[in-house]
Design a protein around this ligand. Structure first.
Ligand SMILES: [Zn+2]
Length: 256
């Protein structure tokens, strides 16, 4: 555990995610720590997550989109997000699904235009850091791959340091692979990166892990209690991993 607590007051970070619940699964502890150290955390959500799992009965007049948004707002609150920006694209679904042809599907969106919007947010916020996904979108979901393209381009446009969220597949594989984060790999059979590729690891404290658990649980329409309050949760979800070509930066300062 780091003994020097970096003061991030006056700094801003833009965190781009594909679907509501990705922020909780992949970067929640990092976001909580950034906020606790004074950084302004701006969460940009690319889609409404319309095609994720749907476990909850909707209230009369409620749409999946509205439910997801309400859950996202609750999760963002728990993670200390100062501003939530919605890019308004639609969930593309998995490879080969007809939903990918929907005109508003994220995977069909112009990456250059979406990157310009993200760079505009970064510039408005004077953010020096952009967080997105590794080039395979962690596990190959077309929307996650789109997030990589958009995020990497936006970081270049705005001059921000880029960090690519991934998972350490060596760490997860030795854990038995029964968690939500492992199940994601079932779509494509491959996920994350080997441990040797990881450049920054943020390991949650007890309170940060509690925030992550609560943020995941807030997405109750697509994450079941049995996927959160489960043996081995801490061991699997405590760490968050990033790739970067930068030698120093905001997430380097958080690593422990
Ligand atoms: Zn996702």
């Amino acid at each position: 555990m780091s003994t020097v607590r970096t003061d991030l007051r006056g700094r801003a970070v833009v965190v781009l995610h594909a679907h509501p619940d990705d922020e909780a699964i992949f970067t929640a502890a990092t976001m909580r720590r950034l906020a606790d150290r004074g950084a302004r955390v701006v969460l940009v959500m690319a889609t409404g997550g319309e095609l994720g799992e749907q476990y909850a009965a909707l209230r009369p007049g409620e749409t999946v989109h509205r439910r997801r948004l309400a859950e996202l707002e609750a999760a963002a609150d728990r993670l200390g997000v100062a501003r939530l920006v919605l890019l308004g694209r639609r969930d593309s679904g998995m490879v080969g699904w007809p939903s990918a042809r929907h005109p508003r599907a994220l995977a069909r969106g112009r990456a250059d235009r979406l990157a310009r919007r993200l760079a505009d947010v970064a510039e408005q916020e004077s953010a020096d850091t952009v967080v997105h996904y590794d080039d395979r979108g962690i596990y190959g979901h077309p929307d996650h791959v789109a997030v990589h393209r958009i995020g990497s381009l936006a970081a270049r446009l705005s001059g921000a340091t880029a960090y690519e969220a991934t998972v350490d597949r060596d760490h997860l594989r030795t854990r038995g692979g029964t968690h939500l984060v492992d199940a994601a790999s079932g779509h494509t059979g491959e996920y994350g990166r080997p441990a040797a590729d990881i450049r920054v690891r943020v390991s949650a404290s007890t309170t940060e892990l509690a925030a992550k658990r609560d943020a995941m649980a807030a997405h109750a329409s697509q994450i079941r209690p049995t996927e959160v309050d489960v043996p081995g949760f801490a061991d699997t979800y405590r760490h968050e991993w990033y790739l970067t070509s930068a030698r120093t930066g905001m997430l380097h300062a958080l690593a422990n």
